[in-house]
Design a protein around this ligand. Structure first.
Ligand SMILES: [Zn+2]
Length: 182
């Protein structure tokens, strides 16, 4: 009898708990989807990823959609990532392949670090938050390095000293672009 009563209570608790949890989750998803327009533009540089999902709710000053998740202010693209791919480290950024900050299409999103997000934004010309200045060289200086670098003869250190720039900059001119082009 005890066992039957216990299991009945457990079952009831389970139903209540499960029901509440599921409802909240579904409500959240519904609240999210109702504010998403899945018929957005196809990003020209990544057309294979399909249309952007435009956030029609309010946005912050940087163009990211505002969305409350479990009582806490969050962003629509971050919630979309969690909704479709599961929980992730909150310290990570959810970045956009499509460069459209209002987009919440999970296929357009990827996880990145602060540095990666800044570099990605800078590369796409949307550096809102400041990227630490890279000690990069002018096109002429890069050409100079490439023309004059000879391993063991005209070394990175020598070129850097001659040009009055850092060794890091010279290395970047020599190796950075090689990595990029492969
Ligand atoms: Zn997009």
């Amino acid at each position: 009898m005890i066992s039957a009563a216990h299991s009945a209570a457990a079952r009831q608790n389970g139903i209540l708990f499960g029901g509440t949890k599921q409802r909240t989750h579904e409500q959240l998803e519904a609240d999210f989807l109702v504010k998403v327009n899945k018929d957005g533009p196809i990003p020209a540089h990544v057309p294979h990823l399909g249309k952007c999902w435009l956030w029609t709710g309010s946005c912050d000053g940087n163009g990211y959609g505002n969305f409350h998740v479990r009582g806490k202010p969050s962003k629509s693209h971050r919630y979309s990532y969690e909704l479709h791919f599961g929980p992730f480290d909150e310290a990570l950024f959810v970045c956009h392949h499509c460069d459209n900050t209002t987009c919440a299409n999970p296929n357009h999103l990827f996880l990145g670090t602060c540095a990666l997000n800044n570099a990605d934004a800078a590369q796409k010309g949307r550096a809102k938050f400041v990227v630490p200045p890279q000690p990069l060289l002018s096109p002429e200086q890069i050409q100079y390095v490439r023309d004059h670098f000879i391993p063991y003869k005209a070394t990175v250190s020598m070129l850097a000293k001659n040009m009055g720039v850092s060794r890091h900059s010279v290395k970047w001119a020599i190796y950075g672009s090689y990595k990029k082009s492969t």
